[in-house]
Design a protein around this ligand. Structure first.
Ligand code: SF4
Length: 198
């Protein structure tokens, strides 16, 4: 499926972003999720999340919107094109595959920066955590804002100005992937934009 993104990037300090850090509240959603304790990028963790946050000064919030109308012709080819949740999920997976590869390339220096993908790790068909074995691609493994305990719906609305939409009686107008880069130093937003766009 051809995915066409409309990206937006906003800079905040980590101190500003920490206003949305509510791990005690969001861990309850994670506990109710099918992926809890099944994927290495999902809770519970054997490390301190606040130690990770304290390493960085700046946060770059990346909103990547995919308008459903842009994928219209491709959607009709899907076998379950009347199943709204299945169609939304197809778009989400295709969008994640395209965006994750770009973000992964940015995360070349893990001491200086940390990339957070827009959801659970999708690198392998089955995560080795299911068998309590170590991650087999640690170089491609990244946490997400939600798995760290951030309120991503509020981040999207307050910082990006975009609501996260869900399929209900009809397909949403768009889906939005909310990713992030944490960095020790100030980055040039134009460089990030270029890296994810081309
Ligand atoms: S890279 Fe594979 S093994 Fe590692 S966290 Fe992701 S899915 Fe699991």
């Amino acid at each position: 499926m051809e995915i066409s993104f409309r990206h937006q990037i906003q800079e905040r300090t980590l101190s500003e972003l920490k206003l949305y850090f509510r791990p005690k509240e969001f861990i309850e959603y994670c506990r109710a999720c099918q992926y809890y304790n099944k994927i290495w990028t999902c809770p519970p963790y054997n490390f301190d999340l606040t130690e990770i946050l304290d390493r960085y000064q700046y946060a770059y919030i990346i909103g990547s919107k995919v308008y459903i109308d842009d994928a219209g012709a491709d959607l009709k080819k899907l076998p379950d094109h009347n199943d709204l949740v299945a169609v939304t999920n197809e778009i989400y997976i295709a969008a994640r595959a395209a965006l994750d590869a770009k973000l992964d390339a940015i995360a070349y220096d893990r001491k200086q920066m940390c990339v957070l993908l827009a959801g659970r790790c999708l690198e392998c068909d089955y995560c080795t955590r299911e068998k309590q074995l170590p991650c087999i691609h640690p170089e491609n493994m990244h946490l997400s804002l939600e798995s760290m305990g951030f309120d991503v719906a509020s981040i999207s609305e307050d910082i990006l100005g975009d609501k996260i939409l869900w399929a209900k009686e009809s397909l949403p107008e768009y889906i939005i992937l909310v990713s992030a880069i944490f960095s020790q130093e100030k980055l040039d937003i134009k460089d990030i934009y270029y890296s994810i766009e081309y």
